[in-house]
Design a protein around this ligand. Sequence first.
Ligand code: ADP
Length: 518
Amino acid sequence: MEQAQRMLKEIYGFDSFRKGQQDIIEGLLEGKDTLAILPTGGGKSVCYQLPAILLPGTTIVVSPLISLMKDQVDALGRLGVQAAYLNSSLDAAAYRDVVRNTAQGVYKLLYVAPERLDGTMFESLASQMHIPLIAIDEAHCVSQWGHDFRPSYRQLAGWIGRLENRPPVAAFTATATPEVSDDISAMLGLRKPNVFVTGFARTNLSLSVVTGTDRRKFLRDYVAQRQDQSGIIYTATRKEAEEVYADLTRLGVSAGKYHGGLGDDDRSEAQEKFRFDEARVMVATNAFGMGIDKPNVRYVVHWQMPSDVESYYQEAGRAGRDGEESECVLLFEPQDVQVQRFLIERGTTDPDRQRIQLNKLYTMMHYSRTEKCLLQFIVSYFGEADVPECGKCSNCLDQSEKLDMTEDARKALSCVGRLKGRFGIALASKVLKGSREKRILEFGLDRLSTYGLLRDWVEKDITDWLYWLVAEGYMRISEGEFPTVSLTAEALPVLEGSKTVFRRRSMASKRRSASGSG
Ligand code: ADP
């Protein structure tokens, strides 16, 4: 490892390893299969290039991104490392040269497009090589659960399996929920891999969730207080993008707009103006994203919640690319969930896809309601453990008193328990409220002992309370078209009286006053 440290300095000029790099490299030098989930820009190249340089033979790097291969090979060349690539961009003569050099063991790294691996030509080449390591970039392409499935990746496992002395395999990806990483591991046939998830915590971002407020007023004030700063406002629909844009423009804010309903010219003009700080604020739908890499975005406000935590973190993460302190604000109202649910249901008819997306939506909703550290919530969603509280998100900064809500929790949980997982949150709220609605009477739910236990509450607050209990893990919502609510094991200690439930006064009262006024 000392040698790796020295090489890092000598070859790359870096003083120290980033979080994760050292452990990944150590494992690879010991011959361990590895699955590394590092965010974009996290520094994965070093993770396989350094072992490739240190190990005897030629490391094969599988990558689907032909244009990046050339960049990487050129960059390695500048560092004095012999490397080459095989893909469809080479003409026949160049291809032959690379093959010949490879057979002679000239290269430390050979980048290969996945579709090149299949075929007798490559197999015979591989049999002449000494391969100490196979690195697979963009490994999520092998999983149908990932967002970029590529059939050519499915051949990989077979090809690796046919190699005479199967070398260690290192798979890299920037996006994998635990579900996708399990799938990657299985599809690639990784053997007891070391799994690393690291670097997801963007500590220069201060996250906050704002709820129970007038969005328009909030945004006007927020932008006005940040006159000289660059920011992005994300809306869920084109219509809202237009409205928010019009509102800010009316107030004299130099804003641009960007959504899928605008022509190419309008969009690229808006993007350029934003890039060069002529437009200070960009109001956009999620169509605005690909290819923006503006370093000095100081804030990203979400006018509405997006459909999943992946999208949220990707969009919010466009703030603070330069590493400077930046803010990410999510404006949340419970009814926003319905908008997203509608978009999902309209967007796909495939029941599996719908189920997956609705589940992701619920996680996003839990983010909006949790009282835990928001950064920790997101990072642990991506599977990274042991990240300390950020100390600056709206939850970490919330000093408000914690109310003992155990009695109300017990009422709600015992009611949900008695409904035996047959009904959704809306109906459970009505039972707790003591509603005389037809459905309640038809099912005889007015005869439950828990009927009307929260009759003093506004029904909206009961619904909110139930969702909060879901977000905190005391209950769960089922998947599917008609989601029902039921208790989890966490509810038992509360029902038995051995656990107390606290809720921040700010959370409880904000909702109270918001629904009280409407
Ligand atoms: P990705 O994970 O997106 O492939 P790269 O490997 O391209 O990321 O690395 C992202 C950037 O971080 C590069 O500019 C790289 O030079 C830099 N980098 C990687 N490792 C280190 C390190 N240990 N110290 C400083 N900079 C590093």
